[in-house]
Design a protein around this ligand. Structure first.
Ligand code: ZN
Ligand code: ZN
Length: 409
């Protein structure tokens, strides 16, 4: 594989499909050291397309970890308002945002979970007034995966570092259709196929979705006038963009007050730099009333108590396991990838694009209609070849949606 040539194709997909940058627009990029070669190509292509400005936010895993390990307690209570005001000003000025994410599944393994929870709670509250810019697609935004050494070692622990990194890139390019002859065309075709599933689900007007599998018997109600989305999104300015690269999901919002039964996760979850594994929940009236985890239970305990909405569902997503990601057959240990190989839910906030008219109503009004509200949004995987997903219409008619890892519609 010629890595430089592949990165060039990847940058094309990010600029033309992911962010879909247009002449005169602005772009804010969040990146790590490992994303630099890709970021340089992206910035070059953005200016070629007429971007007015590109600004950067630099993140570093070592510095993030050192803050948790060596910072004093006060560090985790300090987030001045002007940081939020600055970010708000950037969005108001029309910046679109690209996150070149280099996952590091166990970065914070040695950090104190209480510190992580304390910081996440503070950051969640502080950033909440401005999450509407992305949650409501007021700007174009895109999260795209970038291979890094620590991530590659977590996925392929038996390979030497350089080899594991190249192998991870290989799988990323496969999963993201970058290895195809014309990746931009492949993404447009993929979008059309996701749109056909989404159209079927919207026309069927299901009132409930039933999940059955080992450790799972869950009945999820959907709010009236919910909307299934998938593939590209449309910004409030009317531009098409892809919030996630990769993406294989068709998703909507559950009714936050009407989820009943038991639900077992089918993959480990890397959240806040730590791993939660072999876990599951019991729901009553939409709320988690019981939960278990063989690994990382403390992380889950903290997550669920972040706020009222943290123990309720905000996203229901259907994914067929015959996607290029699932076909790689590997566990990426990163939600951005693993959630696109498996049906999933998210604890916490729902997306307003999944409820008709949501952006015109207040948060309280939307909440009454079943739209969950929280400072967290954490996806976890529940799909496998043993899980059957059935849609139920108001009059009781049942239609199997996913079985044996494949779409039945
Ligand atoms: Zn999702
Ligand atoms: Zn999600």
């Amino acid at each position: 594989m010629d890595l430089n040539k592949m990165l060039e194709k990847y940058a094309d997909v990010i600029v033309n499909i992911g962010i879909n940058i247009k002449a005169g627009e602005k772009l804010s990029i969040r990146l790590t050291e490992e994303a630099l070669p890709l970021a340089r190509l992206v910035v070059g292509k953005a200016y070629e397309k007429g971007a007015l400005n590109v600004r950067l936010d630099f993140m570093d895993d070592q510095m993030t970890l050192d803050r948790y390990l060596h910072g004093s307690d006060e560090v985790f209570d300090y987030l001045p308002d002007y940081e939020v005001t600055y970010r708000d000003a950037i969005y108001k000025d029309g910046y679109n945002v690209l996150n070149l994410e280099t996952p590091n599944p166990e970065l914070l393994k040695s950090a104190d979970p209480k510190r992580i929870a304390r910081w996440q709670k503070l950051a969640g509250m502080k950033w909440k007034p401005i999450i509407h810019y992305t949650m409501e697609n007021k700007v174009k935004w895109c999260v795209a995966g970038v291979a890094g050494k620590a991530w590659a070692q977590a996925v392929f622990p038996l390979l030497p570092p350089e080899e594991s990194l190249l192998k991870l890139w290989d799988y990323i390019f496969m999963a993201e259709r970058i290895d195809q002859a014309d990746p931009v065309a492949a993404w447009k075709q993929h979008d059309a196929s996701l749109k056909s599933h989404k159209t079927f689900l919207n026309n069927a007007h299901f009132s409930q979705v039933h999940y059955e599998g080992p450790g799972t018997d869950l009945l999820v109600s959907l709010p009236k006038n919910h909307i299934w989305e998938g593939g590209s999104s449309i910004s409030q300015g009317g531009d098409v963009f892809f919030p996630n690269i990769p993406t294989e999901e068709v998703f909507s919002m559950p009714d936050a007050d009407h989820v009943e039964g038991s639900l077992a996760a089918t993959m480990p979850l890397s959240v806040r730099g730590q791993i939660v594994d072999k876990f599951g929940f019991t729901f009553k009236d939409g709320k988690v009333t019981d939960h278990y985890a063989e690994e990382g239970k403390a992380i889950l305990d903290d997550l669920l108590t972040t706020d009222e909405g943290a123990s309720r569902l905000g996203e229901i997503a259907l994914v067929a396991a015959n996607s290029p990601i699932a076909k790689t057959g590997i566990l990426f240990k990163s939600t951005l990838f693993d959630e696109n190989a498996s049906c999933h839910f998210a604890l916490g906030a729902a997306y307003s694009e999944n409820l008709e008219g949501a952006t015109e109503r207040s948060e309280d009004e939307n909440r009454k209609l079943g739209m969950n509200n929280s400072v967290i949004h954490v996806d976890f995987m529940v799909g496998s070849k043993d899980v059957t997903v059935t849609g139920i219409q108001e009059d009781g008619i049942e239609i199997v949606l996913l079985k044996d890892c494949d779409w039945q519609i």
